[in-house]
Design a protein around this ligand. Structure first.
Ligand code: COI
Length: 355
């Protein structure tokens, strides 16, 4: 693997789009910064990485990604503190996960030094796009696609690894209403549910659009075999608070090993909140909603941060969740963001400064 070189060739943009962006009114993922990172895999090796102006790319119509969906991605964020210092949050986890996802889709691993040098150089070039202030961030999207022009159904011989960045505020502007899946499935045992594979998201769009027609923004997926266990929400892992205990599903080959999810499990331990990682029956949560012991439901993810879930429907039963005064969702969100924005101590060494 050609991963010894540390030189990234940089072609700077001769203009910036930044002045046309309203940073106080951002729709998630619609605006991109001035530069992007690109590295091609050819002849069994990752080639010299480049940073260039953000631009459209040309691929042959036969590029394998268009036919067999060999595509994986990550979601990360950069945060700026009050002194203008820039931080990433647990970025090694994203690096490791994109390579795990790639391996599951028979794609080559990306070298760690290329990942971090590429990312940090890009962030330094587009530093102005990272706005200070709690809630502002730069969403970072590393991804890999199969570029080889060939349509036999087999893994490609050429790939492109890229990083693009988009200034972000919140993903969901208000509490989310969710439908519990009864028929459709997001993933199956032995499948690719644990990978951040592009197709996992495409597969959700149709059932989610049906749910949206009924007034729900998201689906909470259940196990494909029996639809009796609650799993994840597709853009977020899910936590349930029953009385003062937090419950979340264990990761498996069906569920994404969310970095926000594992951070919350750790923060719960730090804060003395009991957190059970175990299978959760839909019926258990419905019973808790009926007897008043279900205090909160919230989702956790990089884009969504922590999003309160205000209602869920299963079959014909709709449950409104009024929320607790001593909200765990708010407590975790504050605690997490204080770490991410360099406001509080970083007891677990989760921040990485981009110097
Ligand atoms: C993220 O939280 O980074 C995700 O990947 C969710 C995304 C589909 C917006």
């Amino acid at each position: 693997m050609a991963n010894e070189t540390e030189n990234i060739s940089i072609e700077k943009s001769d203009s910036t789009k930044i002045n046309s962006v309203d940073f106080s009114n951002l729709d998630f993922g619609k605006v991109f910064t001035d530069h992007m990172f690109v590295c091609d895999f050819e002849n069994g090796e990752w080639q010299a990485p480049k940073i260039m102006p953000y631009q459209a790319m040309t691929f042959e119509p036969s590029a394998r990604v268009f036919h067999y969906g060999q595509a994986v991605f990550e979601g990360m964020k950069a945060y700026k503190d009050a002194d203008g210092k820039v931080f990433l949050f647990r970025p090694k986890q994203n690096f490791e996960r994109i390579n795990k996802s790639a391996a599951r889709l028979s794609m080559p691993a990306f070298p760690e030094n290329y990942f971090f040098e590429g990312l940090e150089t890009l962030l330094k070039l587009d530093n102005e796009w990272i706005k200070p202030g709690i809630g502002n961030s730069l969403y970072i999207r590393p991804f890999v696609i199969a570029t080889e022009p060939a349509i036999s159904a087999s893994p490609a011989n050429s790939y492109r690894f890229m990083i693009i960045c988009s200034p972000a505020q919140s993903y969901y502007n208000s509490p989310v209403r969710v439908l519990v899946a009864e028929k459709f499935s997001r993933s199956a045992n032995g499948g690719v549910g644990a990978a951040k594979a592009a197709g996992n998201y495409a597969a959700q769009f149709y059932p989610t659009s049906l749910a949206q027609k009924e007034g729900f923004q998201q689906i909470i997926w259940t196990d494909a075999d029996t639809h009796t266990y609650l799993e994840e929400a597709g853009t977020m892992n899910v936590f349930f608070r029953v009385n003062d205990t937090l419950i979340t599903a264990p990761v498996s080959d069906r569920i994404l090993d969310g970095i926000t999810r594992k951070s919350i499990i750790q923060l719960a331990e730090d804060l003395g909140i009991n957190c059970e990682v175990r299978q959760i029956k839909v019926e258990e949560i419905k019973t808790a909603a009926k007897d008043g012991s279900l205090k909160e439901v919230f989702g956790a993810g990089t884009a969504a941060v922590i999003s309160e879930i205000s209602a869920f429907q299963h079959k014909d039963e709709l449950f409104e969740i009024t929320g607790a005064e001593d909200s765990y969702a708010k407590l975790f969100k504050q605690t997490l963001m204080d770490i991410q924005y360099n406001v509080s101590e970083d007891a677990h060494g989760w921040r990485r400064e981009v110097k």
